[in-house]
Design a protein. Structure first.
Length: 267
């Protein structure tokens, strides 16, 4: 018998958010209903802290988001970092060297680091997202590394389908390379950090429903009490979850949250 969750943990891009990257009216209503029913909703995302503005109004109660693939736990309203599981400068410098060696040198390797204060990029890093004003640029990443790096971002100077595999082989046990669905981007974290490991520090698995769409969601989905993939999720994600719900374009997460609210009301 299906019982109501205490917690819903959901990925954002490609999962909770629509194809336009926004919270739809139906999803907003479902999140509000969940809060009223006593169900906590935790956003668990590859997004950096600075990308929480679009969803800040939709986290009720606890007001927590797990960002950067589990490297930071953030109070959404204040942006205060409650937990940080970052990499030190020496490790990031070593990873930068290994990435360049694996991808063909400085000119063919584009690096950036996400940290609690923002982002630092190499001058030749080609970002597909707007860069905030005042962001520092450097010739080599090692010139200006923060004390704690939440994610090392790695791009190749030429598109390559094997980017994640090449980086994972180069880094070995030093780091983990996450695939969040972003094209031609390796997102590198400490080897003991994932969405699941950080979520587990906050919650017991019993009563948690988790949602995702990409390979970086798999540890969280495997850990949760009940797992859901949106219909637009990668095939490897859809193959292992308890249930496939409608796509993000059809407010799939919202539809399941509505079911959860109904279960609470009926209990």
């Amino acid at each position: 018998m299906l019982t109501a969750p205490r917690v819903v943990a959901t990925d954002l891009d490609g999962t909770l958010l629509g194809p336009d990257g926004a919270v739809s009216p139906r999803t907003a209503d479902a999140l509000s209903a969940a809060a009223e029913a006593g169900i906590d909703v935790v956003f668990v995302t590859a997004r950096p802290i600075r990308w929480l503005d679009d969803v800040a109004d939709h986290v009720a109660g606890h007001g927590i988001a797990i960002c950067s693939n589990g490297a930071a736990v953030v109070e959404v309203a204040t942006r205060a970092v409650r937990e940080e599981h970052g990499m030190g400068p020496a490790l990031v410098a070593e990873l930068a060297g290994l990435a360049r060696e694996a991808l063909g040198g400085l000119s063919d390797t584009q690096l950036a680091v996400e940290h609690s204060g923002g982002i630092t990029l190499e001058r030749h890093y080609e970002s597909i997202h707007p860069i905030p004003a005042g962001t520092p640029f450097v010739d080599r990443l090692e010139e200006r590394l923060p004390e704690s790096t939440l994610k090392l971002l790695v791009r190749s100077g030429r598109p390559r389908a094997d980017l994640h595999a090449v980086l994972a082989d180069a880094f070995g046990r030093l780091a983990v390379v996450a695939d969040s669905g972003a094209a031609d981007l390796g997102e590198v974290s400490r080897p003991d950090v994932s969405k699941a490991s950080t979520l587990a520090r906050w919650l017991a698995s019993r009563g948690v429903w988790a949602f995702g769409d990409a390979p970086n969601d798999l540890p969280m989905l495997g850990w949760a009490g009940r797992s859901f993939a949106v219909a637009n999720a990668r095939e490897q994600v859809r193959a292992v979850v308890d249930e496939v719900c409608p796509s993000n374009a059809d407010d799939g997460v919202a539809q399941v949250i509505e079911r959860a609210v109904a279960l609470v009301a009926a209990s």
